[in-house]
Ligand binder design. Structure first.
Ligand code: PEP
Ligand code: MG
Length: 290
């Protein structure tokens, strides 16, 4: 069966009916790309930019970030590359950025909440992204969005960064700006976020927040189930709204990498998944069975 899976690796993912499913990858570092054949995927669905912001190290400057982001888009050779802005806080503390002593870090200043509070850090990253966008098909994604105003403020800042770069004579491009759908408040009323260029469902956090069970506590692991009907109903809700509104929807949480959830996700109407690179072949083989 290993050989059978390999047969699918470099082919587009296709159901028996012939329907195509886009399979993108989740990455969290530049070095990972050396081990992945870009022809095996339809792009990068989630680049977790936290790897640049190591705890204890100085914050990366614009040039460092620009060079890193540029490597991802060049690797992808025209395929889409969705880079998520800094998603620290919660389980990912970085000294000097995340607050100390939060009672509930997962409900605190994390993701876009933190970058909006640290405009200097946010601007540096957005400028680097707008510069890297010149070299390929780059998209920007905001994590932990909860209210439309966060998307609006992100868009305003991005526009300001692009205007500033242009005034400075620096080559740049304004990338599409989308959001993670991982806070239940967004999944319940996705129509409030129709300004987003795309949605990417973060089932890890969505499951955690919907089931009120930590994503990394073994004692409540049985409750932290992305197949809970409340979670899958929200996924279907977002997929349906995306179809109606013409907004692309993908899912980049860990459940997309598990063949056992595949039927549920495709039934919910998703046609795009972003998965762990090691799972590409197995998942494409499973899709061919459906
Ligand atoms: C998610 O929440 O599902 C997700 C993909 O983001 P992260 O795991 O980085 O929080
Ligand atoms: Mg998340």
């Amino acid at each position: 069966t290993r050989a059978r899976e390999e047969h699918f690796r470099l082919r587009p993912a296709q159901r028996r009916s012939g329907a195509r499913i886009d399979i993108l990858i989740n990455v969290a570092g530049v070095d990972e790309l050396d081990h992945i054949d870009h022809a095996a995927c339809d792009g990068i669905g989630l680049m977790r930019s936290e790897f640049l912001f190591r705890d204890g190290a100085p914050l990366p400057d614009e040039e460092t970030q620009y060079r890193a982001y540029r490597r991802f888009v060049e690797w992808a050779q025209g395929r889409p590359v969705t880079i998520r802005t800094l998603d620290i806080g919660g389980d990912k503390p970085v000294r000097g950025l995340t607050p100390d002593g939060e009672a509930n870090p997962f409900l605190g200043l994390r993701g876009v909440r933190l970058t909006l509070a640290r405009e200097d850090v946010f601007r540096t990253q957005l400028r680097a992204l707008a510069r890297a966008a010149v070299h390929g098909n780059l998209k920007i994604m905001l994590p932990m969005v909860t209210v439309p105003d966060e998307l609006a403020r992100g868009a305003t800042l991005l526009d300001a960064c692009v205007t500033e770069l242009e005034a400075q004579g620096v080559a740049c491009h304004r990338p599409p700006l989308g959001i993670m759908v991982e806070v239940p408040a967004v999944a319940v009323v996705p129509e409030l976020f129709s300004e987003a260029a795309f949605f990417s469902i973060g089932s890890n956090d969505l499951t955690q927040y919907v089931t009120a069970s930590s994503r990394d506590d073994a004692r409540v692991a049985a409750l932290n189930d992305p197949a809970h009907p409340a979670v899958t109903a929200l996924i279907a809700r977002v997929a349906r709204f995306g179809r109606e509104a013409g907004i692309p929807v993908s899912l980049c949480g860990d459940m997309a990498s598990e063949p056992k959830h595949l039927a549920t996700l495709l039934e919910a109407g998703l046609t795009s998944l972003s998965v762990a690179p090691a799972r590409i072949a197995r998942l494409k083989a499973a899709i061919a069975e459906l």
